[in-house]
Design a protein around this ligand. Structure first.
Ligand SMILES: Nc1ncnc2c1ncn2[C@@H]1O[C@H](COP(=O)(O)OP(=O)(O)OP(=O)(O)O)[C@@H](O)[C@H]1O
Ligand SMILES: [Mg+2]
Length: 272
């Protein structure tokens, strides 16, 4: 765990899969190869676009290691969300691979990726607004056949306000609370890795800080986190690894500290 957030959050390791390692069931057929020792989740050399449209991603690589927080920043329209969607299997990749725990999952559907242990909170439409908070969490557990009550208790421990509001329609909650519902929903599958696209969008600086603390807590339970953030400076402060995407390609890559100290990154993307 890096020094950047070693003193933040609590130290409860019970949520999710400790160390994020678990039973990834090998595929019976198809393209699949093991690459032990690589990052836990990597979208490597991704070239992709929408439908028959032009390439949006150009040989783009994003990854997160076991036990770490990786942050993707960059200007509006840089392809951050597209990169997340490509890693989650929502786009056809024209070139490149996605590997999870050493297994090639490039050709799996998003649903199959969830079954393999990926949790994804998209940038928009990430909750069911007319359903209650609790129903949202139950929907999150849709792939589970076992008893998920303990996980729900853990989500309520992590986000106490959700327990208080569990019978309210999620659409009535504040922006920060809705984001907690979205993250909580993703945690209900007990993911081995969590992908968050702008989890602090539209919230106040205080709420942003609180959400970052909760995200750090989740990371500390052993769930690596790959997240896109528009609050670049604050996000890089808690990042083990950072990616600056520029026009669908890797502009700058380094530790959070390195990127914060890089004069070009500061000038172009962090406001000096
Ligand atoms: N569903 C879509 N169909 C076609 N083009 C799209 C679609 N979604 C995004 N794009 C295009 O892909 C490019 C990258 O968009 P993307 O949403 O990935 O950027 P972003 O870095 O996430 O931006 P933001 O900071 O605004 O969230 C843009 O040119 C956008 O117009
Ligand atoms: Mg986006």
């Amino acid at each position: 765990m890096s020094d950047a957030y070693s003193n933040r959050g609590n130290k409860d390791l019970s949520l999710g899969n400790a160390k994020g390692q678990g039973s990834v069931i090998p595929k019976a057929s198809g393209e699949s190869f093991a690459a032990p020792g690589g990052p836990f989740l990597i979208g490597e050399g991704m070239t992709a676009g929408y439908g028959n449209g032009p390439d949006i991603l150009h040989d783009c690589t994003i990854a997160v290691e076991q036990g770490e927080i990786a942050v993707i920043v960059g200007p509006n329209g840089a392809g951050k969300s597209t990169g997340m969607k490509a890693v989650f299997g929502m786009l056809d990749m024209r070139k490149g691979h996605v590997r999870l725990d050493g297994e090639d999952i490039t050709h799996l559907s998003p649903q199959d990726r969830v079954a393999k242990g990926m949790g994804f909170v998209p940038q928009t439409s990430n909750i069911f607004t007319s359903m209650t908070v609790e129903e949202n969490l139950e929907m999150g557990a849709f792939i589970r056949r076992d008893d998920f009550k303990d996980t729900m208790t853990q989500v309520y421990d992590l986000f106490p306000i959700l327990k208080e509001k569990r019978f309210q329609a999620a659409g009535e909650l504040s922006g920060g609370q809705r984001q907690q519902v979205a993250v909580g929903r993703a945690l209900m599958t007990q993911p081995k890795v969590l992908m968050l696209d702008e989890p602090t969008a539209g919230v106040s600086p205080i709420v942003m800080d609180e959400l970052f603390d909760r995200i750090i807590e989740v990371a500390r339970t052993g769930i690596p986190i790959l997240m896109v953030e528009q609050n670049a400076r604050q996000a890089l402060e808690i990042a083990d690894k950072g990616y600056v995407l520029v026009q669908g390609a890797n502009g700058y890559t380094g530790t959070g500290k390195e990127l914060l100290a890089n004069p070009e990154v500061r000038k172009s993307f962090l406001g000096g």
